[in-house]
Write a protein that binds this ligand. Structure first.
Ligand code: PSU
Ligand code: MN
Length: 310
């Protein structure tokens, strides 16, 4: 096993599981603080941890509290992330700053991957990845999540990317960066709210064991970087592309009208979509995160079985 970096604060449960080589699943916190309204955010965070435990793995929600990177949180920590206005959105570039100032930060996919890797956690469950924004040829807005996937050895389970992004350009960029994209039990790359994006997935996997095999093969060859596992939202929960697309277009128009850009763009769009759909997008978002948690626990299980105890 990797000895966790000494600057990290692990819960006893996570430290014990990592020491035993038992399955651990990392979870991000931007989705809690900047991705969903209260109280659904803390309910989602609590439920996801329960699903991971039911799946026989230990959940490790990651954030920075009082300047300390935390690997695993208690109920009080989750509540603080869900309610406090003092929690900033933290991608990798922001980590040194919140740590140096002793403040609170909710970690994005990129920052969560980096801290998970420093702790020795190889599987991470989230809702949606960041990617290449529409209009990126002008704005250059490409999420640091993609850069991080190119260099940090963590498998990230998501429901794909939503069409607030340019899905085609996101897939092109992942190819350039050498990131395997494995669609779970489908040939198509999923579009978060909908199972269908119109883009074929580069690769497909039909079981958690097949995904764990790819993790082992990649890192055994010292090919640095993550693996994007994309798991389509369950059919019963999906919002069909033809319904959500117009809503997303509207949210982007509203964002441009409000002059919002940079790190505020994604949180604004997520919030606006919840407003326009009258909460339906939030229900779908929670369902897909839960679905990803079930798969993530299985992958962590298979990976631990292949890599053995410490
Ligand atoms: N997409 C979602 N929900 C989210 C995010 C993205 O559907 O909560 C969050 C994740 O934390 C992701 C971050 O890592 O937004 C990407 O932000 P940016 O585009 O600023 O890199
Ligand atoms: Mn951005």
């Amino acid at each position: 096993m990797t000895t966790p970096h000494p600057s990290l604060v692990l819960t006893d449960e996570v430290a014990q599981a990592l020491g035993d080589g038992a399955p651990v699943v990392a979870l991000e916190s931007t989705i809690i603080s900047h991705g969903m309204p209260y109280p659904q955010n803390v309910e989602m965070a609590t439920e996801v941890e329960r699903i991971i435990r039911d799946g026989g793995a230990v959940p490790a929600t990651i954030a920075v509290l009082d300047g300390r990177p935390r690997i695993g949180l208690d109920a009080e920590g989750l509540e603080l992330l869900a309610t406090s206005a003092d929690v900033t959105k933290v991608s990798v570039r922001d980590l040194p700053y919140v740590i140096a100032r002793g403040s609170h930060g909710a970690t994005t996919v990129a920052a969560t991957m980096r801290l998970a890797s420093l702790a020795g956690v190889s599987v991470f469950v989230t809702g949606g990845l960041g990617g290449v924004h529409r209009g990126a040829a002008q704005s250059f807005d490409t999420s640091a999540d993609l850069t991080e996937l190119s260099m940090t050895n963590v498998a990230v389970v998501s429901a794909g990317v939503k069409s607030i992004l340019d899905i085609g350009l996101t897939l092109e960029t992942l190819e350039t960066l050498g990131v395997p994209v494995l669609a779970y039990q489908t040939d198509e790359f999923p579009a978060f709210f909908s199972r269908s994006s119109g883009h074929e997935s580069p690769l497909r996997a039909d079981s958690a064991r097949e995904i764990a095999d790819v993790m082992v093969a990649k890192w055994d060859l010292n090919i640095a970087g993550g693996i994007a596992v994309v798991n389509p939202i369950p059919s019963d929960d999906e919002i069909p592309a033809n319904e959500i697309d117009g809503i997303i277009d509207q949210a982007i128009t509203d964002m441009e009208g409000a002059g919002i850009h940079g790190k505020e763009a994604t949180p604004y769009l997520l919030g606006r979509i919840v407003e326009i759909t009258g909460g339906a997008s939030l229900t779908a978002n929670i369902a897909l995160v839960n679905n990803n948690a079930r798969l993530g626990a299985q992958i962590a299980h298979e990976y631990a079985a292949l890599t053995g105890p410490a």
